[in-house]
Design a binder for this molecule. Structure first.
Ligand SMILES: Cc1cc2nc3c(=O)[nH]c(=O)nc-3n(C[C@H](O)[C@H](O)[C@H](O)COP(=O)(O)O)c2cc1C
Length: 222
């Protein structure tokens, strides 16, 4: 598929065919997801892949009973590591060896910066890990649709229940669920016209931010 088509025709799909996703294809998708950018290249994401019926059933319970969790061939739970220093040493060394960092001092300085962040408030680390892990989730969805495998991103789940159901420690933030599967024939989500997109003129602000254009806002009181 052309990249423009991948972007413009991807939809959140809720109806899936019974076909499984081949192991090698699934691996390729997950590998492509790892090409997503991340803060300091720290790649805080982990992917918990659920394919068997019992696992998907347990996931559905923590996802407010949403049916596409069990209908999809696979669901990927995107987890974000809350410790920025988890892989920092290896990643900083690689940057030095490849010329992205000029010398040992630069490596040490970068590691110290990351260490400070690692000791920062949990809420700041949650935000940090979500930013990068969400980009991995989006990359996964584009990689999938490029192979005509549909997906649906899902934030509708209880993070604490998910931790408990799948034994995920407090060190990881459950960021997003991504269902994956070949779409059902005539899947309504692919047949219907695309949902409204706010026009680019409305959402883009050059040089200064003035979100004044709100066509559906009630008139302001004088
Ligand atoms: C952060 C986030 C959370 C979402 N949560 C859910 C969800 O829990 N269940 C669901 O069916 N769709 C969920 N969606 C999918 C949205 O409903 C969908 O992306 C939106 O309606 C636009 O449709 P489209 O993706 O087909 O363009 C979520 C999307 C995002 C980005």
């Amino acid at each position: 598929m052309q990249f423009d088509d991948v972007i413009e025709t991807r939809r959140s799909v809720h109806q899936y065919a019974d076909d499984d996703i081949d192991d090698d294809v699934l691996r390729e998708l997950l590998e492509q997801a790892t090409f997503a950018p991340s803060s300091y290249n720290l790649q805080p994401w982990e992917f918990l892949v659920l394919r068997d019926e019992e696992s998907k059933r347990r996931l559905r319970e923590v996802a407010h009973g949403q049916e596409h969790v069990t209908d999809a061939a696979a669901v990927v739970v995107v987890l974000g590591n809350l410790d920025p220093s988890a892989h920092a040493e290896r990643i900083a060394r690689d940057k030095f060896e490849k010329g992205y960092l000029p010398d040992e001092d630069a490596v040490e300085s970068q590691l110290e910066t990351i260490e400070r962040r690692a000791e920062g408030p949990r809420e700041a680390r949650r935000r940090w890990t979500r930013q990068s892990s969400t980009l991995a989730a989006m990359t996964l969805m584009h990689a999938a649709w490029n192979r005509e495998i549909a997906s649906c991103p899902m934030g509708g789940f209880d993070a604490e229940d998910l931790r408990e159901a799948f034994d995920v420690s407090e060190e990881y933030e459950p960021v997003m669920l991504v269902t994956l599967g070949y779409p059902a024939e005539d899947a309504p989500d692919l047949e219907r016209p695309r949902k409204l997109r706010r026009p680019v003129e409305e959402v883009v602000h050059f040089e200064s931010f003035d979100p004044a254009v709100r066509p559906d806002a009630p008139p302001a009181d004088d």
